[in-house]
Design a protein around this ligand. Structure first.
Ligand SMILES: [Zn+2]
Length: 349
């Protein structure tokens, strides 16, 4: 028996692992820059392992990795013919992994996202975006996903088009917004006003994902929570963003000792700017306390970080048996059989 997303939300927080783009780039299977998820066709086992790692770290959902796998992106790289097989395969692999869950089959979500094509001044672009979403959501429907996550929208209207196309296929929608550094949606409305409208228009979950770390996302999640009656989601990136640098796009690294070939630390030199898992866990606790229902991490997340977040939200994960326990560590442990000559040396180690 597999509960729906809505049933799970009614019972408590739902954990959602995202961030496949960065994770598969880090593992060596995806090119930074164009960021197209060809891994679903070229290295399906690598994608399945990443799906599995996030599920085992607490994700209730296996999110099909079709971020950026839309017609326009595939056209730019000259591989439009791979568009449909790529989308379908990413979902099929997600379903295979979801069925491996030992206690309750994981949810499977389809994924559409910011197209970077949408232009509020250009009506033609809006129709193009709608057509792209419609075909991807149709494949989601045919492949039997449990819901569709429309994510990382920085235009309210683009998010609205995504929601409309998901609802046309009668699928539940999770819509999350990516808020850029100006702290306002690029078509001018606040993130809480956008979420309020999307929720009223039928999105099951509304909220934010990506671009921002917990410190610069949480204040907006609180505003969304105050303005929305339905379920709210929050999936920050695990980096130490600040008021001066609220997103990871322009996050400086004062300690870098070399010339960065890509000019910015985004997207391949952010490593020293990570939050540790305990800071992320603190955020997750706070998010849960204010009533965020759909909790996860986005680009940059590792399985160990996601597990810490899930556990802080009160969820025991498949891999919680591997959560840190220093009891038997030779320097820092407490076990009675450990050697004093090592334990007493810990300050000098
Ligand atoms: Zn992200």
């Amino acid at each position: 028996m597999k509960r729906s997303l809505e049933e799970r939300l009614q019972e408590g927080p739902v954990i959602a692992g995202e961030g496949y783009l960065f994770e598969l780039e880090r593992r060596g299977y995806l090119q930074a820059g164009s960021f197209v998820p060809e891994v679903a066709l070229e290295n399906p086992e690598a994608l399945k392992q990443a799906y599995r790692d996030y599920m085992n770290a607490g994700s209730d959902v296996v999110l099909a990795f079709t971020y950026n796998a839309h017609r326009e992106k595939m056209r730019i790289i000259g591989k439009e013919e791979l568009l449909e097989p790529l989308n379908r395969n990413a979902i099929r692999l997600a379903k295979e992994v979801a069925q491996e869950h030992p206690t309750e089959e994981a949810l499977v979500a389809g994924n559409i996202s910011n197209t970077n094509l949408f232009d509020p001044e250009d009506p033609e672009s809006k129709e193009q975006v709608r057509t792209m979403f419609a075909e991807m959501v149709k494949w989601c429907k045919e492949e039997g996903v449990d819901y569709v996550n429309g994510e990382t929208f920085y235009y309210h209207e683009e998010a609205q088009i995504a929601l409309e196309e998901i609802r046309k296929q009668d699928l539940p929608a999770v819509i999350t917004l990516g808020l850029m550094g100006e702290n306002i949606m690029r078509d001018g409305c606040t993130v809480e006003e956008s979420c309020k409208q999307l929720s009223e228009q039928g999105a099951l979950v509304v909220g934010m994902n990506c671009f921002r770390g917990p410190d610069t996302m949480q204040p907006y999640l609180a505003k969304i929570r105050d303005n929305v009656d339905g379920y709210v989601g929050g999936l920050p990136i695990p980096y130490r963003t600040t008021e001066d640098h609220p997103t990871f796009f322009n996050l400086p690294d004062g300690g870098c000792s070399c010339h960065l070939p890509l000019e910015t630390t985004f997207p391949t030199a952010l490593d020293p700017l990570y939050h540790n898992r305990y800071e992320l866990a603190e955020w997750a606790k706070e998010a849960k306390d204010i009533g965020v229902n759909y909790i996860g991490l986005c680009c940059g997340a590792s399985p160990a970080m996601l597990r810490a977040v899930a556990e802080a939200a009160g969820v025991e994960t498949i891999n919680s048996k591997y959560s840190p326990d220093m009891e038997k560590h030779f320097l820092f442990g407490k076990d009675e059989t450990l050697k004093d000559h090592n334990l007493n040396y810990r300050q000098k180690a």
